[in-house]
Ligand binder design. Sequence first.
Ligand SMILES: [Zn+2]
Ligand SMILES: [Zn+2]
Length: 251
Amino acid sequence: MTLDLASGLKSFAESALTFLYPDVCQHCYGNRATRTEGYVCKSCWRHVRFIVPPLCDRCGLPFEGDIGDTFECGNCREMDLHFSRAHSAVAAQGMVLDIIHRWKYSRAMWFEPFLAGLLIREAAPALREGNWDLIAPVPLHPIKQAEREFNQAEHLVRHLSKATGIVAHPRLTRRITSTRTQTRLSRTERAQNVSRAFGPGPAAEAARGKRIVLIDDVLTTGATTSACSQVLKSCGAAEVCVWTVARGLIH
Ligand SMILES: [Zn+2]
Ligand SMILES: [Zn+2]
């Protein structure tokens, strides 16, 4: 396909999107919101809860009230985590969680700029200072990816790589088994469920000696991102940190 034809098709797709989705907030349908705003209006924006300190030093779980300088939460003490540190931009609740579900499971792609924007806003300034070599997504099993038509983490990686200049590398790991949904499982069940879910990907060699930022949409206990980090470490990664758009607040 020539570049002209590709960009022509792209602008056709964009105008079709504008036709289907007028400048209205796709969450409350009551206020104006444009495509570049990710179709989320200013009043819905007020429901976004950013993750702010005090946080667990390891998994980034926020706490009420004062805690000491270094603190590891109950979640971390029960888990054998393989990433150095996990961070999330916002709390996975209410409007944000609803938007993530519609994006992931109903292909509401028009929300992507909003969700990627949340991640970039929090992650990009921190990552630019951190000497990170690569950004990689948590992979989906091919069957799941075929059903969903896209890997949400891979899309986030593309946006974050563009914003930070850190190289995106989507094939460092792969998903070997299609695990059942984690939603109703306890911490230890989640860890067992995903412990053998990942393996080295076709480009695993590229992980050797590298400091890698692993991306997913939501982190709850950290079981999934930890299992994926373990594979990256076994491939020789020097360090793996995790960034997600949202944090499930389990207690
Ligand atoms: Zn709204
Ligand atoms: Zn923790």
